[in-house]
Design a protein around this ligand. Structure first.
Ligand SMILES: Cc1cc2nc3c(=O)[nH]c(=O)nc-3n(C[C@H](O)[C@H](O)[C@H](O)COP(=O)(O)OP(=O)(O)OC[C@H]3O[C@@H](n4cnc5c(N)ncnc54)[C@H](O)[C@@H]3O)c2cc1C
Length: 453
């Protein structure tokens, strides 16, 4: 290891997702020299805007909500415009009885008793979330008890109404953590609610999926990378980091970068793919074995026109009983105003339903997805011009979607070490955030925190 003062740069950042690029840009603004090493041949990590079959798609993250002040601030700073998600018209719900029902506003068309139970559970989850600082969920007054029980079991303790449980479970399980509700703790569920300003926000699609970025949310990392220029090195997977209290040597296949410190801006699961010399402390190695990615398929279906609008429908649909548990109009409004007549839907298939789908052939998957979308929107949905499934779970430098979370009991056991620095090494990602947990807003917050000395 070279002596202090002989560094190539002040800080090496590993990973050119939003977290790493935010950290590097803030350091650069403060006069520090940085290099960003990115394994892929592009920047953005879990944000990717791509043209597929002539359609511009946001393959990864895309929505912005009003509580995401770090993201809104950065969009402003980078001069990026937003537009409102299309939402005019009635939404659809397919209930436990298999019936499709239309509704407007946020009152779902369920029986009065189920609605009462859903309201009661919402009040309780909002109460628990309000008691939590999302940066330290393990300090919640009921942390131990809530972390011992799965979210599914907690819901069963709260109510006998199966449809109320399934609906409340949907908004945190398949829709957010993207794991079955029996695979994460009630404390993790409360963290998800608290990180978004309350459970009521997660129930409100008009809040949580409020706006999109003109040209796509990947413009955030693209703009940051443009400001960093050749400090960002693509195609540079970091394989080994030698470190001591004085600094780091960060190795890729063909280069060694010496620096005073390093920021690992990668999901927790990918920290373990790097060899550390000396090894990370035992608790860090243990902790990252208890964090894992969820699984969700993000599906884009493009039609000649947004036909559902002609029927007074918004394109929004929910059902815990459908293959596609959430559906939205995802037409690129910025292109629509420029004359593109096509309409695009985005749908999601999560956790065990995604497992089932991925076991099928491509043709069978498409058939099953279209049949599910047709149960919401009718037979016209069976004939899209373009159909696209996101590939995140098969990508070496992500390997899941949307993000990582702890298994039952581990948030209280390991949480305090989540953002702990080890000598000259800092660890950051949207997956260790408080506010904006698992979201781009959290990635920005964590990037800014990691940039601080
Ligand atoms: C399908 C999908 C939909 C989503 N929807 C939304 C949404 O609507 N709104 C929202 O706010 N968020 C959404 N998210 C979540 C959001 O995209 C992520 O939280 C955020 O982009 C994570 O940023 P990050 O920089 O922390 O991690 P990443 O984006 O994962 O970046 C990490 C980077 O590190 C690189 N890397 C990993 N290992 C190494 C190594 N050894 N050497 C060098 N480089 C390495 C990776 O290639 C990657 O570029 C969604 C995510 C997905 C997948």
């Amino acid at each position: 290891m070279a002596a202090t003062g002989e560094w190539d740069v002040d800080v090496v950042v590993v990973g050119a997702g939003v977290t790493g690029l935010t950290a590097a840009y803030r350091l650069h603004q403060h006069g520090r020299s940085v290099v960003v090493l990115e394994a892929r041949d592009r920047v953005g990590g879990r944000l990717l805007t791509e043209e597929r079959d002539g359609v511009r798609l946001e393959v990864g993250g895309q929505w912005v909500s009003p509580d995401q002040t770090a993201l809104l601030g950065l969009l402003d700073e980078l001069g990026l415009e937003t537009y409102e998600r299309y939402r005019a018209g009635a939404s659809l719900y397919i209930g436990r009885d298999g019936e499709r029902r239309q509704f407007t506003g946020d009152a779902m068309p369920v029986s009065e008793s189920t609605a009462r139970e859903m309201d009661r559970l919402t009040v309780e989850l909002d109460r628990l979330a309000a008691q939590m600082d999302p940066l330290s969920p393990w300090e919640h007054p009921d942390a131990e008890a809530l972390d011992r029980v799965t979210f599914a079991a907690w819901l069963e303790q709260q109510t006998d109404d199966v449809e109320a449980r399934d609906n409340i479970g949907l908004y945190i399980g398949p829709a957010m953590i993207t794991k079955p509700t029996h695979a994460f703790s009630a404390l993790t569920a409360v963290l998800m609610a608290s990180s978004a300003g309350g459970f009521s926000h997660l129930l409100d699609a008009d809040f949580i999926l409020d706006r999109r970025v003109a040209g796509g949310l990947q413009n955030v990392p693209l703009e940051l990378a443009a400001r960093l220029g050749d400090r960002v090195r693509l195609g540079s997977p970091v394989t080994r980091i030698a470190w001591d209290d004085a600094g780091v040597e960060v190795h890729t296949a063909d280069a060694v970068h010496r620096a005073g410190r390093a920021i690992l801006a990668v999901p927790p699961t990918l920290v373990s793919r790097v060899t550390f010399e000396p090894p990370l402390p035992a608790v860090h190695q243990q902790m990252r074995q208890h964090q894992s990615f969820g699984l969700v398929l993000k599906l884009h279906l493009t039609y000649a026109t947004p036909f559902w609008r002609d029927h007074g429908l918004s394109g929004t649909g929910f059902s815990p009983y459908e293959t596609v548990h959430e559906l939205y109009d995802n037409t690129n409004e910025d292109l629509a105003t420029a004359g593109d007549a096509r309409g695009t839907l985005v749908g999601f298939v999560s956790d065990v339903r995604a497992d089932e789908l991925l076991a099928l052939s491509a043709a069978e998957r498409r058939e099953q997805v279209l049949a599910s979308v047709a149960r919401y929107l009718g037979e016209q949905a069976l004939d899209p011009e373009a159909y696209y499934e996101s590939p995140w779970m098969a990508e070496e430098w992500t390997a899941g979607a949307y993000a990582t979370s702890f298994d039952v009991g581990s948030l209280t056991r390991y949480g305090p070490h989540l953002r702990e620095r080890v000598g000259p090494l800092a660890f950051a990602s949207s997956d260790v955030a408080g506010l904006g947990f698992q979201h781009v807003d959290g990635a920005i917050r964590m990037g800014e925190a990691a940039a601080e000395d």
